[in-house]
Design a protein around this ligand. Structure first.
Ligand code: AMP
Length: 276
């Protein structure tokens, strides 16, 4: 496994890789969710590049960039086990040298949900993915449905800017009790870890109401919100039932619908979603 920190070195190495090349972009502190992407990418591509980069430009000024968990040593051991060919671990000033000022801005669905709650977030995500795609020139890049909106934004960027790669999305990996795996789960103390289950319980409630015939999106949102509000450690950012492709909020729930939420548990902001 080669560990590369410089863009120029990776571009040079890229010429020697066998085609097709798979890319899994991550922010590290790897867990089984990331590894599900790595394993699929390993199966589908003779060459596999994984990037680990806590991307400063996708964090807002009051967000957790500084304290975001970093565990490069453990990450390297996990990736070595998965037979990854190349790990790209650039420093921030390698990706964003002084005077850097070129941005990729996606409109429409990038302005809703996470985009509305975290201004500038998807500009940072789209810009860093664009850079990674240009550096690695992957045949396929792998994203998790844990961040469904992110995957949709990247797919839109790839289609609209005529980029030459395929975006593959894979299901959410959950803990046995239902909590979606996330690097941010490391922030949770035992009480918060228990309280964090309310996200998945609310999503399950939403699905059950819909399964039982409720089609009024407002009613389902309200029932979900009521459940979350009963959890003292939880504070709702949003509860959404939106068209899965446009992310426009729905009045009447019809598939394909994305039920998604962002909830603060203590000081930790968690997101989760299910597709109807
Ligand atoms: P992150 O390191 O949080 O930026 O995530 C890197 C990639 O892993 C993204 O495409 C995420 O959607 C994906 N991912 C994170 N958590 C999970 C999970 N629990 N299940 C599946 N994919 C995930």
């Amino acid at each position: 496994m080669k560990v590369i920190t410089r863009i120029a070195d990776l571009k040079r190495l890229r010429r020697e890789l066998f085609e097709p090349v798979g890319l899994v972009p991550t922010m590290g502190s790897l867990h089984e969710g990331h590894l599900s992407l790595v394993r699929r990418a390993r199966e589908e591509n003779p060459s596999l590049v994984v990037s680990i980069f806590v991307n400063p430009t996708q964090f807002g000024p009051r967000e957790d960039f500084k304290r975001y968990p970093r565990d490069t040593k453990a990450d390297m051991a996990l990736l070595e086990k998965e037979a990854v060919d190349v790990v790209f671990v650039p420093k921030a000033d390698e990706m964003y040298p002084p005077q850097f000022n070129s941005w990729v801005e996606i409109g429409g669905l990038a302005e809703r949900l996470e985009g509305a709650s975290r201004p500038g977030h998807f500009r940072g995500v789209a810009t860093v993915c664009n850079k990674l795609f240009n550096i690695v020139q992957p045949t396929r890049a792998y994203f998790g449905q844990k961040d469904t909106q992110q995957a949709a934004v990247i797919k839109k960027m790839v289609a609209e800017l005529d980029m030459n790669l395929e975006i593959v999305t894979l299901p959410i990996v959950r803990e046995p009790d239902g909590l979606a795996m996330s690097s941010r789960n490391r922030y949770l103390n035992p009480d918060e870890r228990r309280a964090a289950l309310v996200l998945y319980r609310a999503l399950t409630l939403g699905r059950r109401l819909w399964d039982d015939g409720e089609k009024d999106a407002g009613k389902i949102r309200r029932e979900m919100a009521r459940m979350i509000q009963k959890e003292p450690l939880a504070r709702i950012d949003y509860v959404s039932i939106a068209h899965a492709e446009t992310l426009d909020e729905l009045d009447i729930v019809e598939p394909p619908a994305l039920v998604s939420l962002a909830v603060k548990i203590g000081g930790t902001r968690l997101i989760d979603n299910i597709l109807l």
